[in-house]
Design a protein around this ligand. Structure first.
Ligand SMILES: Nc1ncnc2c1ncn2[C@@H]1O[C@H](COP(=O)(O)OP(=O)(O)OP(=O)(O)O)[C@@H](O)[C@H]1O
Ligand SMILES: Cc1ncc(C[n+]2csc(CCOP(=O)(O)O)c2C)c(N)n1
Ligand SMILES: [Mg+2]
Length: 327
């Protein structure tokens, strides 16, 4: 199979192909098949654009199923859009493939399209080449003018919140690395957190006009929260005991829990700040988006991140979040 047959068979779906005007919805006026896609923004909205690459051995192991890989490649991009409060519209897929493996392509495209359909995203274009397996997706979404959630708006005395649970993906990675062992069922559960993250798109949208800052946790809570703090010119007090974790992680030794919760990465949860007087509005946003959220600390004027234990004592921790050139 050649390059163009491959694109036609696995990625150019009816409704997203040039010439099939009218069926792609209002945003994608022209999709796959021409030199550019043509997108029409909704009046009064701004584009949000983000791009994220997955490299074999760096972001995923060769043991991951193609279906899950297709899901994750889009999920990590949707997560960035969620962090900015965007509504996803279109994505672009650039793929380097070592060979035409139809079993891989069928699973990969199925995983990608099933998540895309769940979020109303159209695959509107991309690029395909031979080479070491490498997947890059660029996502485009919309927000009403001026309403994007940013890293820079946290204010002193704001509450600090996080969605979902943290640390399971890192726990799974440690099992793969052979530093931790888990019974089969527990391993399957944390492996799912690593391989099938669920981007918090509905929560991000519900937090528009409410959260003062937001970020998604990809490199680890301490590092990603650090971006909010530096951008906002503030510091934070974080209550270790309040960090939400699965029963599986909660049963692990304390040091491992701290590693996974604070610096694990691959969580794809949202960390955000909101004024303390808006607590009930945050809970309503969580309910409306069917996403659990937890209050984990407070913004302070003193720069830096202070992690405290159940008794309020500051812990002296060396926190190294994920860094491609240090990890
Ligand atoms: N090669 C590059 N050229 C230009 N800008 C870049 C490049 N790499 C990253 N950036 C920009 O740097 C900022 C931080 O990028 P990064 O990839 O760390 O985003 P993130 O959301 O913190 O993490 P993740 O990649 O997990 O989504 C973003 O604004 C991104 O667009
Ligand atoms: C095989 C393997 N090794 C390590 C990890 C962990 N990991 C890789 S990249 C990253 C941060 C987000 O990436 P980026 O900043 O590039 O978006 C994390 C936590 C993994 N998932 N698989
Ligand atoms: Mg991000």
């Amino acid at each position: 199979m050649g390059e163009f047959d491959l694109i036609a068979r696995y990625f150019a779906r009816a409704g997203a192909v040039s010439g099939s005007s009218g069926s792609t919805g209002s945003t994608v006026a022209l999709g796959i098949g021409d030199d550019c896609a043509v997108l029409t923004p909704a009046p009064g909205h701004q584009w949000l654009v983000s791009t994220d690459m997955l490299v074999e051995g760096r972001h995923f192991l060769s043991t991951v199923s193609p279906r899950r890989l297709g899901h994750k490649a889009l999920a990590v991009n949707l997560s960035d859009l969620a962090a900015c409060g965007g509504t996803p519209r279109a994505c672009f897929l650039s793929l380097a493939l070592p060979r035409v493996d139809e079993t891989f392509l069928a699973g990969f495209s199925e995983g990608l399209f099933s998540l895309a359909d769940a979020h109303g995203v159209v695959l509107a274009g991309g690029d395909t080449t031979a080479g070491p397996l490498n997947i890059n997706i660029t996502i485009m979404g919309e927000v009403p003018q001026g309403q994007a959630l940013l890293r820079s708006g946290a204010r002193v005395d704001d509450d600090l919140w996080v969605s979902g649970t943290l640390g399971d993906a890192r726990l799974a990675l440690e099992v793969f690395r052979g530093t931790v062992s888990l019974p089969g069922e527990a391993f399957e559960a944390v492996r799912q957190a690593m391989e099938l993250p669920q981007p918090r798109v509905a929560l991000g949208r519900a937090l528009r006009g409410l959260a003062t800052s937001a970020i998604d946790v990809s490199d680890g809570l301490a590092g990603d929260l650090g971006h909010i703090l530096r951008r906002s010119g503030v510091g934070a007090r974080l209550h270790l005991a309040d960090l939400p974790r699965s029963a599986i992680l909660g049963a692990m030794p304390e040091d491992l829990q701290r590693l996974c919760l604070l610096t694990g990465g691959d969580d794809y949860e949202l960390v955000f700040t909101a004024p303390a007087q808006d607590r009930s509005r945050v809970m309503e946003a969580a309910q409306a988006s069917a996403t659990p959220v937890y209050r984990i600390g407070r913004i302070e004027s003193q720069p830096g991140l202070r992690v405290v234990d159940g008794e309020g004592r500051e812990l002296d921790l060396a926190l190294q979040s994920f860094d491609h050139f240090k990890s």
